[in-house]
Design a protein around this ligand. Sequence first.
Ligand SMILES: Cc1cc2nc3c(=O)[nH]c(=O)nc-3n(C[C@H](O)[C@H](O)[C@H](O)COP(=O)(O)O)c2cc1C
Length: 222
Amino acid sequence: MADAKFVPLSSYHEYPVEEMKQRAATFYADMQRRRSVRHFSDRPVPREIIEDCLRAANTAPSGANMQPWHFVVVGDPAVKGQIREAAEKEEREFYARRASEKWLEALTPLGTDEHKPFLETAPYLIVIFSQRYGLTSDGQRIKHYYPAESVGIATGILITAIHNAGLVSLTYTPSRMGFLNEILGRPTNERPFLILVVGYPAHDAVVPSIRKKSLSEVATLL
Ligand SMILES: Cc1cc2nc3c(=O)[nH]c(=O)nc-3n(C[C@H](O)[C@H](O)[C@H](O)COP(=O)(O)O)c2cc1C
C-alpha cells in the first residue's frame, strides 16, 4: 500500500433518493426488454457504436485490474464464413454425439439446432477471449486473477451496452471453440470465452417463450 497513489473520487454522482428509485425502476424496465435473438438482419451497423460498447465493457472491474480480456470484432464476410463453417462442424458433432440427452432436453424450448446462419447474416461477431495469463513484450508471463469472473462481468456490461444502444445480441458458445484461435490468429494464453453476435433483429424475428424466475426465487433478503 505504501506506493499506492490515490486521486479524489470525482466520477461519483449522488442522486436524490426519489431519483434513484426512478432510475433503478427505469433501468429494470429497460433490461426486461433484452432478449437473445437468433434471427438477424444484415443491415449494417456503424462501427463506432460497437467501439463505444467495447469501451464500456473495458470499464469493468477485474481481479487486480488486470483486464484479462481481448475482443475481436469480425465484420469481414469471408472471416464470418470461416467461423460459421467451423462452428457448424462442431455443432453437428454436438447435436449428433457429444450432447447428453439431458442437455438436448434443456435446449428443446429454445429450438436451437446445428444450423447457425446468423454467424454470416449479422453484421458483427464479437469474439471474446479470456487471457489465462498476460505476456510482457519480452514474453514474460503476468499472473491474472479471477479471469473467468472478470471476463464474465465485462461481457455482461457489453451485452447491456449493446442493448442500451438499441441493438440485439446472441451469446453463442459452440461446444468447442479452439478453432477461433486459429481463424483469428490469437495466442495460446487466450481462450475463447464466447461469441457475441450483434446487429439489428430480422423484421420477422421470433424468440422462445420462456419465463424468468421471480425475485423471491433468486434472492434472499436478510
Ligand atoms: C454462457 C451462455 C451461453 C449461451 N450459449 C448459447 C448458444 O450456444 N446458443 C444459443 O442459441 N444461445 C445461447 N445462450 C443464450 C441463452 O439460451 C439465453 O440467454 C437464455 O435462453 C435466456 O434467454 P434470453 O437471453 O432471451 O433472456 C447462451 C447464454 C449464456 C449466458
